[in-house]
Design a binder for this molecule. Structure first.
Ligand SMILES: [Zn+2]
Length: 181
């Protein structure tokens, strides 16, 4: 890597650190010729393609500041916002793609935000999905209610299921589970 100050083709790494989430490596470098120092960051490439067709590197802080606007006045603290940003980045990076549509980023935010705060979710969804009238809100609220009751049902089913399994255990629970799929 060339020195950005004097273009000397040789620089020395003096410190290497892995970012707190493991997504980036930071290297502190020094130029042996001019003695100046600079930092390089190495990450797997993840470009966000905007609707205009322009692209920019994925930026977790942008996700967080977008969500923060939707969270104004809601009981959500900075740590929860940070955690949401982390989840969104993890979700997107786990797809293993080098580029992703900005719509996908918005969609990846919806799930974790819904879990965090329903009101903030509605605000964010109304902007992101271009709600135009009350019907759009009504529909989104209906979906939200349905998801909530489906989640409750799933929870109940899980409890019943594990109770059943517990009873079935003496007769070979292992065969029971492997035969399932
Ligand atoms: Zn230099």
């Amino acid at each position: 890597m060339h020195c950005p100050f004097c273009q000397n083709p040789d620089t020395k790494v003096i410190d290497t650190r892995v970012g707190e989430d493991g997504y980036a490596i930071r290297r502190r470098r020094e130029c042996p010729k001019c003695g100046r120092r600079f930092t390089t960051v190495e990450t797997a490439q993840l470009l966000v393609i905007k609707r205009s067709g322009n692209s920019e590197p994925f930026n977790r802080d942008k996700v967080i500041s977008g969500v923060r606007k939707a969270c104004q006045g809601r009981p959500i603290d900075e740590d929860e916002l940070k955690e949401l940003g982390r989840k969104v980045e993890e979700d997107l990076r786990s797809r293993g793609l080098a580029q992703i549509d900005s719509d996908e980023v918005g969609r990846a935010i919806l799930g974790p935000l819904r879990d965090l705060d329903k009101v903030a979710y509605m605000r964010f969804a109304s902007v992101y999905q271009n709600f135009e009238n009350l019907d759009d809100f009504e529909k989104a609220i209906k979906d939200l209610r349905e998801q909530e009751s489906a989640a409750d049902t799933a929870k109940d089913a899980k409890v019943t299921h594990s109770a059943e399994q517990h009873v079935a255990e003496p007769h070979g629970a292992e065969r029971h589970t492997t035969g399932r799929k």
